[in-house]
Design a protein around this ligand. Structure first.
Ligand code: TC6
Ligand code: FAD
Length: 673
């Protein structure tokens, strides 16, 4: 056993020695600067060195109820510790701390299946900021921030998650008492899914159809008290519970909620955008989609905080494992190679590494645009909202669907051991795959982006002078560009992605027009074209990601060896996705059949070029072992000992003979049953 351990640690140490660049420098780039790396590590040390936040029994061996109870205990200790930190340290802002513990991966080291308090921070508080008046913000944010109350965001119902205009919960204004009356008229109108709703929260923002003076004005956000602040008993008329076990998120306490004519004061309607006056008069905002603001915010943070971060974890585990796992023969009679020597293994891992960096660069863009558009909205300027919505939708959808598929590939890349819970792939996968559905199901979000693109195509000549940066390629598009010569340069690859997006958008738009001319209604024509419509949203998103990644590699303030790695990863991302959709590139770009072999060769060259640096690159994500929480992916490479140690934590191994032997197996084998 000792021999195996030495061999693994030697293998991984050798990988680190042959790395051609400084992993530490790449870590600084990944974090956004030396200072940010220092701050991240400071927070990690503070939380991860606390024995109270560690659990001796792995979560998976607890019952559902025990998991919940542990999650509440750990959440209270963890969030108390955050408050202590904020009280005594002013070097790191509260926002940065919460981003790091909830939006980053630090929290997963404490409670790997998710926090029942997360929606309080990620959705409730942002909704009050985005939808509340100054007075409402002062009241609710201070109560929520000081943890006097615990809150969630209750939008989805049993019958409707996607089509939120179809939500059934009603909130009817009664001018006599100046109250709203909340009611759930059907079983399908029960709120279903909100994190922490089951037993953890006593307040929620509830989205309900607002009725006043006999007229429905669509969905609006209301702050509703659900439980007594002292006894925690549900208030009269509130029917509340937990929705049961799920694929993952089993410590998040997702809940259900119904109302039986529950009365709340008028000022519980969040009135920054729309208002109801005392006499019941409805005052409309300039854009009714402002009510959807919180969803944009969460989509933005999902891209980096959830998609990039979970994929980075998975690929770190699989790459380190591939450096120490030896299997088969490359050449007869030679020692078994590290499985990373197989080209097929490299093809499973390295595009995922490239995708992590690609998602990260687009996420940075999206976060900056989100902040700038939010400032504009506060000044009443809504011009850039459609672009932000369209980009948040497609980037959320593409980043989570890529991560979803690539995390599974990373698991496959670890063979049977990847299937063990101790690899941590099951939790990483179940956390990430939820993001394909929550905060807007991915297909639906792609169709939102497609709607924006088809509209932009029809207006491209009229608006070309004012067209936004992400759409400029549409007004620049000339169909004859597909006759340009092909070359294997980064600028040419980026151009090919833009040509594919523009060509497909043109085709889709013309196809919809053609169907309408044939007699289809515009809605039927849309539905009959919707497979291609999701593809145009993807093509637009890929062209954007490639462009953003290229620009980032050009302007990054890094040494030449690090830049070289980034350029290789950027090219690999482009070549990989080109080959995945080669048919589109042959039809819509200047790639010709005779060029495809060269692209395949370039893919092989890039995999070989990245191979010596692979461990160094994933090291640069700098995951603390407690955050990776994987027997296969720890820094020291001691894979086999860790798998063994994890197996011995099984409660079944605590006794040599299980009592079921005496009760059932023995009588069964003796024919006495
Ligand atoms: C930790 C995580 C926990 C998870 C929490 C959750 O999941 S919480 C639950 C999360 N739940 C979900 O995420 C639910 C997902 N569902 C939805 O978000 C919506 O129901 C919808 C967008 C799919 C359709 O909505 P609809 O039928 O009302 O709209 P429509 O299609 O008829 O388009 C009309 C116009 O509105 C525009 N527009 C739309 N959205 C936005 C926006 N945010 N901003 C700005 N604009 C927006 C759109 O572009 C179009 O513009 P155009 O072309 O007229 O200029
Ligand atoms: C882990 C988790 C946590 C969640 N947390 C919360 C929370 O805190 N608060 C909250 O309010 N909600 C929450 N949700 C709910 C979540 O937001 C919804 O499940 C999500 O928006 C999808 O809606 P749905 O379940 O109705 O799916 P559906 O819309 O029923 O999707 C089913 C299928 O129908 C297709 N479909 C639906 N409409 C269209 C269309 N127009 N065009 C083409 N195809 C369509 C979809 O593509 C999909 O294939 C959570 C969900 C999960 C899984």
């Amino acid at each position: 056993m000792v021999g195996i351990s030495d061999k693994c640690t030697e293998d991984i140490a050798r990988e680190r020695k042959k790395c051609s660049f400084s992993s530490t420098e790449l870590t600084h780039f990944w974090d956004g600067g030396v200072e940010l790396t220092k701050r991240r590590k400071l927070l990690e040390n503070y939380f991860l060195s606390d024995p109270e936040l560690k659990s001796s029994v792995p979560l998976e061996y607890l019952s559902h109820k025990e998991k919940y109870e542990r999650s509440i205990k750990l959440s209270c200790l963890f969030f108390k510790k955050i408050s202590n930190w904020l009280e005594h340290n002013d070097t790191i802002s509260a926002m940065e701390v919460y981003q790091s513990v909830l939006g980053g991966s630090l929290g997963s080291a404490v409670l790997k299946d998710g926090f029942p308090f997360a929606v309080h921070y990620v959705m409730f508080i942002p909704t009050i900021i985005g939808q509340g008046t100054m007075a409402q913000q002062a009241h609710w944010i201070s109560r929520a921030w000081n943890l006097e109350i615990m809150c969630t965001y209750a939008q989805t119902e049993l019958g409707h998650g996607t089509f939120i205009r179809g939500l059934e919960t009603t909130s009817t204004y009664d001018p006599d008492t100046e109250e709203f009356v909340l009611h759930s008229p059907t079983l399908t109108s029960y709120k279903w899914w909100p994190g922490g709703l089951g037993h953890t929260c006593n307040y929620a923002v509830v989205l309900a159809q607002l009725y006043t003076k006999g007229q429905c004005h669509g969905i609006h956000p209301f702050v509703v008290q659900l439980r007594d602040e002292e006894t925690w008993m549900p208030l009269p008329g509130i029917k509340i519970g937990e929705i049961g076990c799920k694929l993952g998120f089993n410590t998040v306490n997702n809940g259900y909620l119904g109302f039986d004519h529950v009365r709340i004061p008028r000022d519980r309607l969040l009135m920054k955008n729309n208002k109801v006056l005392k006499d019941g008069t409805y005052v409309k905002s300039q854009n009714d989609k402002l009510t959807y603001g919180t969803m944009i915010f969460v989509r933005v943070i999902v891209v980096r905080g959830v998609a990039a971060s979970n994929l980075a974890k998975a690929v770190t585990i699989a790459t380190r494992y591939s450096a120490v796992r030896r299997q088969s023969e490359l050449k007869p009679g030679e020692p078994e190679p590290q499985i990373m020597e197989f080209q097929t293994q490299q093809y499973k891992l390295f595009p995922a590494i490239a995708t992590v960096f690609a998602i990260k660069s687009s996420a940075t863009w999206l976060w900056d645009v989100y902040n700038s558009v939010t400032k504009d909205l506060d000044q009443g300027d809504l011009d850039k909202l459609p672009e932000l919505h369209a980009m948040a939708c497609c980037l959320k959808a593409i980043s989570t669907s890529d991560a979803n598929q690539m995390i599974e590939t990373c698991r496959f890349a670890c063979g049977g051991h990847g299937y063990m819970t101790s690899s941590n792939f099951p939790t990483i996968y179940s956390s990430l795959t939820a993001a394909v559905t929550y905060e807007g199901e991915n297909t639906v979000l792609l169709l939102q982006t497609a709607r924006y693109l088809v509209k932009a195509w029809s207006q491209r000549d009229v608006t070309s002078a004012t067209i936004t940066a992400t759409l400029k390629y549409l007004s620049d598009f000339r169909p004859s560009d597909i006759y340009q010569p092909w070359s294997l340069t980064m600028s040419n690859l980026a151009e090919a992605f833009r040509l594919v997006a523009a060509g497909k958008i043109k085709y889709c738009s013309e196809h919809i027009d053609y169907l309408i001319q044939k007699g289809y209604t515009s809605e039927d024509a849309w539905n009959a074209t919707s497979i291609q419509l999701t593809q145009i949203a993807e093509a637009h998103c890929r062209a954007f990601i490639v462009d953003t990644f290229v620009k980032e590699t050009e302007v990054a303030v890094v040494s030449e060896p690090v830049r070289k790695v980034l350029v290789q990863l950027c090219e690999l991302y482009s070549v990989y996705w080109l080959l995945k959709n080669v048919g589109d590139f042959l039809v819509y770009s200047h790639l010709k059949i005779s060029d495809v072999d060269a692209v395949n060769e370039r893919l092989a060259e890039l995999l070989a070029a990245i191979r010596p640096n692979a461990v160094g690159i994933v090291d640069s994500f700098d995951f603390h072992d407690d955050i990776l929480d994987s027997a296969l992916g720890a820094y020291d490479g001691r894979v086999y000992e860790r798998i063994f140690e994890a197996a011995n934590k099984s409660p079944l191994n605590a006794e040599p003979v299980n009592e079921s032997f005496h009760k059932y197996l023995k009588p069964f084998l003796k024919g006495q049953m």
